[in-house]
Design a protein around this ligand. Structure first.
Ligand code: NAD
Length: 293
């Protein structure tokens, strides 16, 4: 029998692409429940699903920030059984910390971290009873390494990593497996939404130096990063081979200093050579390790 796969955040980006690829599996191994917060945005998914719609793919409403929505969604799944859960829904937040509201930060954790926790708690009893299941978590390379001006987003992804790594140990006893996916930059609506947020935000209480570093160093570097090594959601739905995380530097130097200093140098001292640096990362070559101090 096909495995029931529940995916959150399928109105766009990686979630949409993954849902469509699984629904089009030529061996029809999956029955995909592609969920989204706002069903008014289901047009793109339905168009991409084509003939799979109503066959191997169904669309359902699910807000990962709402217990009621999660319960309602699961009650609509035949037998309530989810074989594979993909925690994909997520939001970003960039900017100088002093200029961001606590409410915005809490929203990031409510969605990225507690949203995943909420879903896992809901499907876990069934998986444990059946002694079978797979939980996939779309984390980020920022779940492995901190990135300047992304403190809260990175923290939410670090939280996911710690949570699921801990849970994975217990779940082996139940034959339930966890996969953490850590994409680098992916060209989806995600970056567009962030840039929109940044262009309208005023970042009150932020000193001019910090604003200068954010606007004149970070933002151009970030755009360049997406332009030069950004993957497509189609790539990510299959594999994540193009981006070798700077996190490797953490393994080389467990004190963490090498990673922090290299990131600092990349952004503030090597902006002129940014293209070169990023291409290095893209081909997996950590040449930055021998860059001068
Ligand atoms: P995206 O904005 O296209 O997709 C995110 C989806 O999550 C959207 O469909 C959005 O509506 C949904 N969502 C947000 N809040 C929700 C809620 N409360 N309930 C249900 N759905 C909600 O961007 P994407 O790049 O496809 O992001 C998917 C995942 O990949 C996210 O977890 C993101 O953190 C992660 N990721 C993205 C990148 C990138 O560069 N785009 C890199 C690494 C990881």
């Amino acid at each position: 029998a096909p495995r029931t796969v529940l995916i959150s955040g399928c109105s766009s980006g990686i979630g949409l692409e993954l849902a469509v690829q699984l629904a089009h599996d030529h061996r029809q191994r999956y029955q995909v429940v592609a969920t989204m917060r706002d069903l008014g945005k289901k047009g793109a998914l339905e168009a991409a699903a084509g003939e799979a719609l109503g066959q191997t793919l169904t669309v359902a409403q699910l807000d990962v920030c709402s217990d009621e929505s999660v319960a309602q969604c699961l009650s609509c799944i035949q037998g309530g059984e989810v074989d594979v859960l993909v925690n994909n829904a997520g939001v970003g937040l960039v900017g100088p910390l002093e200029g961001l509201s606590l409410a915005a930060m809490q929203n990031v954790f409510d969605t990225n971290f507690f949203g995943a926790v909420r879903l896992v708690r809901a499907v876990l009893p069934g998986m444990k009873k059946r002694r079978k299941g797979h939980i996939v978590v779309v984390s980020s390379v920022m779940g492995l390494q901190g990135v300047v001006f992304n403190e809260v987003y990175a923290a939410s992804k670090f939280a996911l990593e710690g949570f699921f790594e801990s849970l994975a140990v217990q779940l082996l006893q139940f034959n339930i497996f966890i996969t953490l996916v850590e994409p680098g930059p992916v060209v989806t609506d995600f970056e567009g939404k962030l840039l929109e947020q940044v262009s309208t935000a005023e970042f009150p209480d932020t000193d001019p130096d910090t604003l200068h570093y954010f606007r004149d160093f970070y933002l151009p570097a970030s755009r360049e990063l997406f332009r030069s090594v950004g993957q497509s959601p189609q790539d990510v739905a299959q594999t994540n081979a193009r981006y070798t995380p700077l996190a490797a530097l953490k393994a080389v130097d467990p004190s963490g200093s090498l990673y922090v200093r290299t990131s600092h140098r990349l952004l503030f001292r090597w902006t002129r050579f940014l293209n070169l640096g990023l291409r290095c990362l893209a081909c997996g070559c950590l040449r930055i390790r021998i860059w001068p101090r």
